[in-house]
Design a binder for this molecule. Sequence first.
Ligand code: FAD
Length: 317
Amino acid sequence: MKVTDHIKEGKDTVISFEILPPLKGKTINSIYDHLDPLMEFKPAFINVTYHRSEQVFKKKADGTFDKVEVRKRPGTVGICAAIMNHYKVDAVPHLICGGFSKQETESALIDLAFLGIDNVLIIRGDAAKNETLFEPEPNGHRYAIDLLKQVADLNNGIYLEEDIRDGSKTQFCIGVAGYPEKHFEAPNLQTDLKYLKAKVDAGADYVTTQMFFDNKKYFDFVKACKETGIDIPIIPGLKPITSKKQLSVLPRTFHVDIPTDLSNEILKCKTDADVEVVGAEWLLMQSKELKKFGVPVLHYYTLGEPHVIVNTVKQIV
Ligand code: FAD
């Protein structure tokens, strides 16, 4: 079932989760161990992130280095199929531009369609670790909108090979990323919103936001989206803070602010166990306020912290 149908059919705010694929070498059971405690909340869907490979230098016996491609986490197609099969819940694979040619993207989309996966979250991906700015693959996509147009084409039965006539039409429900605190490369929020609106005009069905810790940023973003003519569901992404280190890691990695009230409380904590309590209370406060506002979905980035999410969601469903 499509994310937008879950939203339409949900009587109230629905719950969804996001997970990372396990590190290479682990089995699918590590995903089930992570998800099992979360399934009592009957999530409408589960997103699975995509992580491109990295180039690393490995020292050889003669002292010179070899450049090798390292893939730390497997792709999303198999994991999504396993989740859908195991839990009978919809899985949403993230598809990125980085590292993919259009042909490889098309093959992945065909595999997803064959598996009955009819949701995708379309994003660009960040620059590779050895690049300053994002560079597409030869014959790949530069911006998320270009990848989105490929999915929209496939939804209309248009394949890369022009001689495929009467090709079957895929049914993908397409999500895209939105940034209440703007994307870090955008010169300003208005410009970022102009490009978000272009994604909506090209066929995006809903937006999932970057994490934020100040609900006002989300409320202002929703208002600004409406004023720009963006009239699709905007799903808030939420994450608990669970360690002092995250006070600097999260702003550096995700380009988000931590409100002073929250950072002050965290700085007072003696241990990370204390930080977890503060982070969980903050997440609960955010969740309750967003639910009251009438958000369509509360989407939780579970990363390594399902127990905190379990305790929070218990108090709001
Ligand atoms: P785009 O929409 O392409 O935008 C990138 C930048 O270019 C923005 O500054 C935008 O304003 C600008 N822009 C857009 N279109 C144009 C245009 N036509 N001309 C000029 N400028 C333009 N990353 C992963 O690697 N894997 C994941 O699984 C993943 N999941 C994510 C999930 C969510 C909900 C979010 C919010 C982010 C996720 N990311 C993930 C991170 C994402 O890949 C990065 O933030 C990336 O830098 C931007 O992706 P985008 O889809 O927003 O890019």
